[in-house]
Design a protein around this ligand. Structure first.
Ligand code: HEC
Ligand code: HEC
Length: 773
């Protein structure tokens, strides 16, 4: 294995790794889970106000960041990253040393939130002194913020270099580059380009044959041909569905440790998304079917297409309802509002659950106007079959039940007649006469025959339907303290001034309001998500927060141009991809340029392409593609990712909120409890151990070695074949020499793998394989 380690370490050392912290999420966590508890449970004894009235306890101020950091009479109360060493956590756990709050222990989930928060490093956005949070709301003023203004198509400003741009996308980008004295680097090579665009559009590497065809094609539209082929591939939907599933916090069960109710049919929603993308379903329709497929007058007739999208919210997070039913219902509503508004609108509406939104023009009342639309609705499986088929199945079930009831009754009568107490099935043989045994056998045969004649149980999907009971504002988010009524309706800042609120505002009205050309956010948010996945960064760097606390767009006119064009193109995602990947900007090399880097080190202005690590799905799928094991079957029930011989694409792995697969977790898969917009790229030593030791990688290395060895007997040719499959290029003379030497040496005594297998594993473990230029 020494050779392998050498390769891994040497290539790792060369790479700058872009590690992005999940800052905005951490702060949102503080606001939602930590601050409210501090305010309600701790400030009475640990705040400036408490100090004023001489009630400060333990010398500890918890109402400012400074106070929290300083700690109390006995010193610091938090050790960032280490909940077990933090006095504050010990207090919350009611340890022997400290019991906080003194009167009663907070619920276990609240304590767990604090532990998670300390683990994150105790992020705390409170700077300065505590402010009294009174703000007068002015929706009209709020509308002036850029994100609430309708996008408009404008002309790019003049650029000096007229040769570089291939399209308006480039003209916008170049104008901004030139304004900053930046110059685009050289274009990528064709080899880089086909690898880049293949991973980007279908999440799989190009085959050596595909590369050869592209290299040999010198026509002007050679790349366009590749792009069209990829967009037609059914693997396109698999690749891009996964990005949507991150937003939809898709999962197939619940996080609780007991009474986990799995969503056994969740995979149908996943398959519905894949199919919608492959069919290039207009995005506005994609949105509507996920909110109100059951209510749309123009919904598709077939039940699968009509209902399955409702899994977007139907697969949501559920809470225990046994102790605090109202609170659980409120938390479930919050999951829906959060996923819906961050997902479709890029707005953090659930920050308005307890108080008016502190930054965006979203009053608490708006939150409850939205929540009312889902208030009292049911999360349940719904058959996807025609009404007639569903009815037939139900009748069959009823008939069988009644026949079984008859048998029970008959047995009861026999028992009564003969003075027996009862006749349990074990003892029928002993207790029944021969004649009675015959009779019961006939009846049972009838039941069996009925069961055989039953139509198959219609498949089901998980949906949210019904409900829509107007709510009152929950004061400070407390369901037991209700204020003024909040008639159902849409966010005021996104509605016309005279928009109707009230009982008729149902899910369909909500779907229409979101998937509307007049909604300034919906198109912008999705084109920005697509842009992010192509370039590694959105034009708005916070794709699920277009509000005041989110980032401003780096290229506002380009974002608007893309959004308007997207709508003009019938909300076609495939056309959007095509526009983006055929731009000159997308086709730039990923090389560095020191002069540019000095001005724009983060490459916000896209003077070069961002080299990127493959996400876990593409990486695992690529390993399978290269080893020759990839099972390309589409759709169907999930498999455990860890199952030996699971060679299907990673999107078909079971996704658990309760226990996320360890490989997914290791490679930055997002927490499926909440909607997620970007994946961090972390680098931890366990990842290298995985490459070295996991059964999965070793299995693929063996298969890959076998595949390559089968191509011929000449060692040099085999090495070339291996490079073509893994990297899409020929080996250099040095690389060939190095490989020949390694392969020729006899294996060491303790080596379990053949030399070829070790070499295969080394190639698969390289950064060159894991990164895309
Ligand atoms: C009713 C008053 C009261 C409330 C409410 C309260 N505390 Fe305390 N706290 C105290 C007292 C009194 C002490 C002093 C130590 C002791 O007597 O246990 C203290 C001490 C502490 C300390 C140790 C400080 C030090 O350096 O010794 C921590 C940490 C702490 N509290 C955290 C909290 C947290 C977190 C909350 C809210 C979840 C909270 N407390 C709520 C009364 C309170
Ligand atoms: C579960 C209830 C709850 C939720 C959800 C919530 N907050 Fe708060 N927040 C509070 C309470 C309680 C306070 C303190 C009292 C107040 O200022 O209204 C507070 C205060 C604040 C303050 C301090 C304002 C000031 O004037 O001092 C900010 C800023 C804030 N929240 C932001 C947010 C953001 C951003 C979100 C969403 C990510 C959010 N909150 C979600 C309960 C909540």
């Amino acid at each position: 294995m020494r050779f392998l380690r050498y390769l891994l370490l040497s290539s790792a050392a060369l790479l700058p790794l872009s590690i992005r912290a999940a800052e905005p999420d951490a702060l949102a966590f503080f606001e939602k889970k930590i601050r409210p508890v501090l305010v309600e449970q701790c400030y009475s004894c640990h705040s400036a106000d408490a100090k004023k009235v001489k009630k400060l306890k333990g010398g500890l101020l918890l109402d400012t960041k400074a106070g929290l950091l300083k700690g109390g009479d006995t010193g610091p109360v938090i050790v960032a990253g280490k909940p077990d060493d933090s006095l504050l956590i010990q207090g919350l756990r009611h340890s022997d040393e400290l019991r906080m709050p003194p009167k009663s222990k907070l619920p276990a989930n609240v304590v767990a939130d604090f532990e998670a928060w300390v683990k994150m490093g105790a992020p705390d956005p409170r700077d300065g002194l505590a402010v009294a949070g009174v703000r007068v709301f002015d929706i009209e003023q709020g509308r002036k913020f850029w994100a609430f203004q309708a996008p408009t198509k404008s002309e790019p400003s003049k650029q000096k270099d007229t040769a570089w741009p291939k399209s308006d996308i480039d003209r916008f980008l170049l104008a901004a580059l030139e304004a900053k004295n930046l110059k685009p680097v050289a274009p990528a090579t064709k080899r880089e380009l086909i690898r880049r665009v293949s991973f980007d559009l279908i999440g799989l590497p190009p085959t050596p044959q595909e590369i050869d065809v592209f290299l040999a094609d010198s026509s002007a539209d050679a790349l366009a041909k590749v792009v069209d082929r990829l967009l037609q591939s059914p693997h396109y939907g698999e690749r891009w569905a996964r990005d949507w599933l991150d937003v939809a916090r898709f999962a197939e069960d619940q996080a609780h440790t007991f009474a986990v109710t799995p969503y056994t049919q969740a995979f149908r929603y996943r398959d519905w998304v894949v199919k919608a993308l492959n069919d290039d379903m207009p995005y506005d329709r994609f949105v509507k079917l996920q909110i109100a497929g059951d209510l749309m007058p123009d919904a598709p007739a077939d039940p699968f297409s009509k209902y399955t999208g409702l899994g977007f919210l139907g697969l949501g997070v559920q809470y225990y309802k046994n102790t605090a039913a109202l609170q659980a219902a409120a938390d479930e509503l919050d999951d829906r509002i959060d996923t819906l508004t961050r997902g479709f609108l890029g707005l953090t509406v659930s920050c308005a659950r307890c108080h008016d939104h502190k930054f965006d023009p979203i009053p608490t009342k708006d939150y409850y106007s939205l929540a009312g639309i889902y208030n009292g609705s049911d999360l349940k499986p719904r058959p996807i079959a025609s009404d007639a088929d569903v009815e037939r199945f139900k009748q069959g079930e009823t008939k069988i039940k009644s026949k079984e009831g008859e048998i029970q009754k008959w047995l009861g009568e026999v028992a009564k007649k003969t003075g027996k107490k009862g006749i349990p099935k074990e003892q029928e043989n002993k207790l029944l006469s021969d004649e009675e045994k015959k009779q019961i056998a006939v009846m049972r045969a009838e039941v069996e025959a009925m069961k055989k004649a039953m139509p198959p149980k219609p498949p089901e999907v998980h949906v949210v339907v019904g409900g829509g009971k107007e709510m009152k504002v929950y004061i400070r988010g407390n369901p037991n303290q209700q204020g003024e009524p909040a008639p159902k309706g849409f966010l005021q800042v996104l509605s016309a001034k005279d928009a109707k609120h009230g009982d008729s505002f149902n899910r369909l009205a909500l779907a229409d309001a979101i998937a509307s050309k007049d909604n300034p956010l919906t198109a912008r948010v999705i084109v920005n998500r697509v842009w992010q996945h192509h370039f590694g960064r959105g034009l708005v760097g916070t794709p699920s927060n277009f509000g005041m606390l989110g980032e401003r767009p780096t290229h506002p006119e380009l974002l608007d141009w893309l959004a308007v064009r997207f709508m003009e193109n019938g909300w076609s995602l495939k056309k959007l991809h095509r526009d983006i990947v055929l731009s000159a900007a997308y086709q730039l090399s990923s090389v560095n340029d020191p002069k540019n880097a000095e001005i724009d080190g983060d490459n916000k202005y896209l003077w070069h392409f961002n080299r990127r690590r493959l996400d876990v799905e593409s990486w695992r799928d690529a390993l399978l593609a290269v080893s020759g094991k990839l099972d390309r079957t589409l759709a169907g029930p999930p498999l455990d990712l860890a199952a030996r011989n699971n060679y299907r694409r990673t999107i078909y792995a079971r996704i658990s909120r309760h226990r996320l697969d360890s490989t997914l977790a290791l490679w930055d898969f997002p927490d499926p409890n909440v909607t997620s917009a970007t994946r961090p790229v972390t680098t931890v030593p366990q990842q290298q151990l995985f490459v070295l030791n996991s059964d999965f990688v070793v299995d693929q290395a063996k298969a890959f070695a076998q595949r390559v060895q089968a191509t011929g007997t000449n060692e040099k040719d085999r090495i070339a074949a291996a490079f073509a499959l893994v990297f899409g290029r020929a080996p250099t003379a040095d690389e060939t020499q190095l490989a020949l030497g390694f392969l020729a040496a006899p294996p060491g005594k303790d080596e379990k793998l053949t030399r070829w297998e070790q070499y295969a594993q080394a190639l698969l473990g390289t950064n060159e394989f894991m990164y895309v230029d």
